[in-house]
Design a protein around this ligand. Structure first.
Ligand SMILES: Cc1ncc(C[n+]2csc(CCOP(=O)(O)OP(=O)(O)O)c2C)c(N)n1
Length: 557
């Protein structure tokens, strides 16, 4: 009797299934179709997009939302190069995803086959692991290896290329290693050095004016509850950035946002959790020189990078915060209540900054003040709205005003600053969490990069609320040109057409509106919500005003 055989594409699907991946994002090509066939057998959904960049960003977004690795499958050559940006974004954002690229047949290696390129060489610097699958028997084995590598230290992307003959060939089932769910990789969560945790407890016991920054890894580690318990038990003001936003809900007595610079200048203990000292942190230069600085991170290479620290702990944010809170409990001199004056001081700074900006947020000006737009969005968000920002200046405005109401409900590209992530993140978020509402704020420039995938949202019935802050410009760049070269030379390379994106949405089968009156923003958002369709509310904002972050050029400092 002939033994049962299995092809490489079906082995890929079995390995994805074992990892719990229930969808792949893809754009087709002859090199990869056997993977689709395997997905049919394994019940894995295939979402086909209009550009490979979107497939890769969607895999990144899926990982962020679900905690499982995302997977994108693209063809050889241009399919893989198109996906590079998505992999690069996931690399800088520490997002675990697997990109599978096709490759010419091994039997035609270096003969000039269609779409042949050195993919592994290209991907090596922007992945945690990049390899060629050398034989059909090893396909599932190497896919599981790639997943294992995604979780080495801070998570990140892996890349595999599978030559066409390796993918298409069939091998006897018993010759292929097919790793089984839960049996091929271990948790990589680490507690951190217990002595360092003790030292942190000691610092916490003595601090008069502590402050904590909860970064993206708080969400990556699903350390929300541990972080909340920590700040409440020790009475510590918390600031949040990246995916850490929403850890505490707005209005929580320990939730602070607008007083961060003041707090980090005045504090005597600053705890940085799961975010690097990169440009978003002024490379660590803006912290009080006399404060004790503690850094907790999944990646040993991040701890102490760019500035000295008083204490570093490598490991899982949740395990470390819980252990430190427990070790510190009962040891705080005079109890945590004595920190009330410090929290009151920060709350006063916070309230003053908020009130100063409020008239702009309520502005009735036409064209619309971007502050009014982001204010309306913030008021519109519910506890179940996942908010995504994809743009330049308009998203810089939103970073100050929009506060996600729940953990894991904020998505931005991360430190690569990639325009064009929005549609893909919306796609992944809605696909993975049908019970959630998804709202994405786009700049018109950012939208244009990947906007055709609005059609994918329609085709797969993925309703979301798209809002475009339309200034017919790439304003964040325009500001710098005007400041450096003068207004008369400031319109080079950054001007966009006056596009009615609401009409574009309708053309593709979605819901769309044009908004020029600020009083119409809220009703238009409501109608988009009620439409149950992918939507675009095109809001014409004032092109002559800029966010403070843009004017200070903080992203370059
Ligand atoms: C892929 C990519 N290309 C270029 C840039 C550089 N860049 C940063 S902000 C910006 C302008 C974006 O314009 P838009 O999305 O319309 O937002 P606005 O600044 O006008 O509010 C550009 C081009 C980038 N960050 N990412």
């Amino acid at each position: 009797m002939m033994s049962e055989t299995i092809s490489g594409g079906h082995l890929v699907a079995k390995a994805l299934k074992a990892e719990g991946v229930d969808v792949i994002y893809t754009l087709c090509g002859g090199h990869i179709i056997d993977i689709y066939d395997g997905c049919v057998d394994e019940g894995i959904e295939v979402i086909d997009v209009r550009h490979e960049q979107v497939a890769a960003h969607a895999a990144d977004g899926y990982a962020r939302i679900t905690g499982k690795p995302g997977c994108a499958v693209v063809t050889a050559g241009p399919g893989t190069t198109d996906a590079v940006t998505g992999v690069a974004n996931a690399f800088r954002a520490e997002s675990p995803m697997l990109l599978i690229g096709g490759q010419g047949a091994l039997s035609q290696h270096k003969m000039g086959s269609l779409q042949d390129l050195p993919h592994v060489d290209m991907m090596t610097p922007i992945t945690k692991f990049a390899a060629t699958v050398p034989s059909t028997e090893r396909v599932a084995d190497i896919v599981s290896m790639a997943f294992r590598e995604c979780y080495n230290g801070a998570p990140g992307p892996s890349f595999l290329e599978i030559p066409r003959d390796v993918l298409d060939a069939k091998v006897p089932l018993e010759k292929a290693r097919i790793p089984q769910a839960g049996q091929y990789r271990a948790s990589t969560r680490q507690l951190g050095d217990p002595e360092a945790v003790e030292q942190l407890a000691d610092l916490l016991a003595h601090a008069e004016k502590p402050a904590i920054l909860l970064g993206s890894q708080v969400w990556t580690c699903r350390a929300t509850d541990a972080a909340i318990d920590f700040v409440r038990a020790l009475n510590i003001p918390a600031y949040m950035n990246g995916s850490g936003r929403g850890t505490l809900p707005p209005g929580d007595p320990h939730h602070f946002q607008l007083s961060r610079r003041y707090a980090f200048t005045e504090a005597d203990l600053i705890i940085i959790v799961g975010t690097p000292f990169d440009f978003r942190m002024g490379y660590g230069k803006r912290l009080s020189p006399t404060a004790k600085v503690v850094q907790i991170d999944l990646d040993y290479r991040t701890v102490g990078k760019n500035r000295d620290i008083d204490l570093g702990i490598v490991g899982d944010a949740g395990l470390i915060l819980s252990a430190a809170a427990q070790a510190a409990s009962g040891r705080i001199e005079n109890g945590v209540a004595r920190r009330k004056a410090w929290l009151d001081e920060l709350r006063a700074v916070e309230t003053a900054a908020y009130e100063k900006r409020l008239p702009r947020q309520h502005s009735d000006a036409q064209p619309i003040d971007p502050y009014r737009l982001v204010h309306e969005i913030n008021e519109f968000l519910t506890e179940d709205t996942i908010y995504i920002g994809d743009g330049g200046d308009i998203v810089t405005f939103s970073g100050q005003v929009v506060q996600p109401k729940s953990p894991g409900h904020w998505m931005d590209p991360g430190p690569l600053g990639t325009l064009g992530v929005g549609m893909a993140f919306a796609m992944a978020a809605k696909q993975a969490r049908r019970d959630k509402e998804v709202l994405c704020l786009f700049g018109d420039g950012a939208f244009s990069l990947t906007g055709w995938d609005f059609e994918t949202m329609v085709r797969f019935d993925l309703p979301f609320i798209g809002v475009i802050g339309n200034n017919s410009s790439m304003n964040q760049i325009r500001y710098g040109q005007a400041a450096k070269y003068g207004e008369d030379r400031a319109r080079i390379g950054n001007t966009l057409g006056d596009i009615r994106y609401g009409e574009f949405a309708k053309l593709l089968g979605g819901y769309g509106e044009e908004v020029r009156d600020p009083a119409e923003i809220r009703p238009a958002l409501e109608r988009a919500r009620e439409s149950g369709k992918p939507s675009l509310i095109n809001v014409w904002v004032d092109p002559e005003v800029y966010a403070p972050g843009t004017m200070n050029q903080t992203m370059y400092k």
